[in-house]
Design a protein around this ligand. Structure first.
Ligand SMILES: Cc1cc2nc3c(=O)[nH]c(=O)nc-3n(C[C@H](O)[C@H](O)[C@H](O)COP(=O)(O)OP(=O)(O)OC[C@H]3O[C@@H](n4cnc5c(N)ncnc54)[C@H](O)[C@@H]3O)c2cc1C
Length: 391
């Protein structure tokens, strides 16, 4: 690793750090990519704007398709005593309930725990992890990336963008999904609490309300994750007051009324993110390979965005390896990435957008859940079309 002092700003040294690959954003996509590349012997720099461990808006239900991958990365899932989930319950805004067995199923773990453990694994694998490091600029010149984060500069032969749903870099690059006018599919809020609540073992519940849905399922240490997606308009209609929205809108669903009145909330304040978009995104920007939510976000209703982020990192790691070995040119690597990512995920994304549109309006959601209830094979089909196989 070469570290060269290049200049001084305000008396503090600015250090240029060089590597094979620079990864921007240490969520699941970035952490998993960094570990795979470091284990293959490459010099990897991972830049994360927060410090681990930290909470993140996410329903914290992981589809079993990711279990073998996480285990191979070195996470001892078998020994972590994590709740396994094999049944989904879906209620309409008026309270009609469908209960359905999940073929593949999943497990629960908080992002606080999962991302922290992966960050430890990354460091042990030799990844140079820079926390509290927010990237502000990326340039590609002469076959090399120059990445700026405050006073620090990083360079790499390759760069991955794993900075999540919406970042300062999306705005800086003026990505097309940022330019889209706000409408139903691109203006959502995500809100999360950890709670103590007697969730039925093995069950993930998804309770619908007007323009939103709220999930609850078990995570580690007998806690549950209570997380919902709501249109921004819902909040505006409730004086931008989250508690008021929960009491007056979410609680119209009798299942949510019970949860919100009986759950012991373990957070002082909810975790909140806004301006969530499910619009199509570009997979390569300025030669940066985009992975995870930065490449495209599937609606949380489908419950496998985390698996897609991890699977995407596997695709990127293999192609980056082939580039670094001289097997692919840069343009071949980029077009293979677009091809492989699209083959694996495009139809799921389209299906996810379709499903999302059925779970908005109170009337349509009531109608849809009432109509699908007698036909469990249709529910199986929807789940299959939005999920992948173990990888
Ligand atoms: C309400 C809601 C519920 C969900 N529930 C589920 C669920 O139950 N199951 C499931 O599988 N998926 C769920 N998802 C989706 C899932 O959370 C995401 O798909 C997953 O987190 C994507 O991982 P990622 O690594 O792409 O992004 P993230 O995990 O968001 O990581 C991105 C990282 O980049 C960092 N970052 C951003 N900008 C910069 C910068 N400029 N410099 C440095 N670092 C930066 C951030 O701090 C962050 O740590 C849900 C999503 C929402 C909104």
């Amino acid at each position: 690793m070469i570290e060269t002092e290049i200049k001084r700003i305000s008396g503090s040294p600015t250090v240029k750090k060089t590597s094979d690959v620079v990864i921007i954003g240490g969520g699941l996509a970035g952490l998993c990519l960094s570990i795979q590349l470091a284990v293959s012997g490459y010099e990897v720099i991972l830049l994360e704007k927060h410090e681990y461990p930290f909470h993140k808006v996410c329903g914290e239900y992981i589809s079993m398709e990711s279990w073998p991958f996480l285990t191979r990365l070195g996470l001892p899932l078998d020994q972590m005593n994590l709740p396994r989930i094999n049944t989904v319950e879906i209620s309409s805004p008026s309270g009609t309930l469908i209960k359905h067995r999940l073929d593949l199923g999943g497990f629960g773990i908080s992002r606080y725990e999962l991302d922290f453990r992966l960050s430890q694994l990354a460091k042990m694998s030799g990844v140079r992890l820079f926390e509290n490091t927010r990237v502000t600029g990326v340039e590609f010149h002469g076959n090399e990336f120059n990445i700026k984060a405050g006073n620090e500069h990083f360079t790499g032969k390759l760069c991955a963008g794993s900075f999540g749903k919406r970042s300062n870099l999306d705005i800086k690059w003026n990505r097309p999904f940022i330019q889209k006018r706000h409408h139903g599919l691109n203006n959502y809020l995500g809100i999360k609490y950890h709670v103590r609540y007697p969730v039925e073992p093995g069950v993930i519940a998804l309770h619908n309300f007007q323009n939103g849905y709220c999930g609850i399922s078990s995570i580690e240490n007998d806690k549950a994750c209570l997380c919902y997606l709501s249109s921004a308009i819902n909040l505006q209609h409730h004086d931008n007051d989250i508690k008021k929205m929960e009491a007056e809108l979410l609680s119209k669903n009798p299942h949510l009324r019970k949860i919100f009145s009986e759950a012991e909330i373990l957070f002082k304040e909810p975790e909140v993110i806004s301006q969530i978009s499910f619009e199509k995104k570009s997979l390569v920007e300025n030669h940066v390979l985009m992975i995870g939510d930065a490449a495209g976000m599937i609606t949380p209703l489908c419950g496998n965005g985390m698996s897609m982020a991890m699977h995407g990192s596997k695709i990127a790691a293999s192609l980056m390896h082939q580039f670094l070995q001289g097997i692919y040119s840069r343009s071949e690597m980029e077009s293979e990435y677009i091809k492989n990512w699209s083959k694996q995920f495009s139809s799921r994304m389209v299906m996810g957008r379709g499903v999302q549109s059925l779970f908005g309006d109170r009337f349509i959601t009531n109608l849809f859940i009432g109509a699908i209830k007698p036909f469990p094979f249709l529910i199986d089909m929807l789940i299959k079309k939005t999920h992948g196989q173990p990888f």
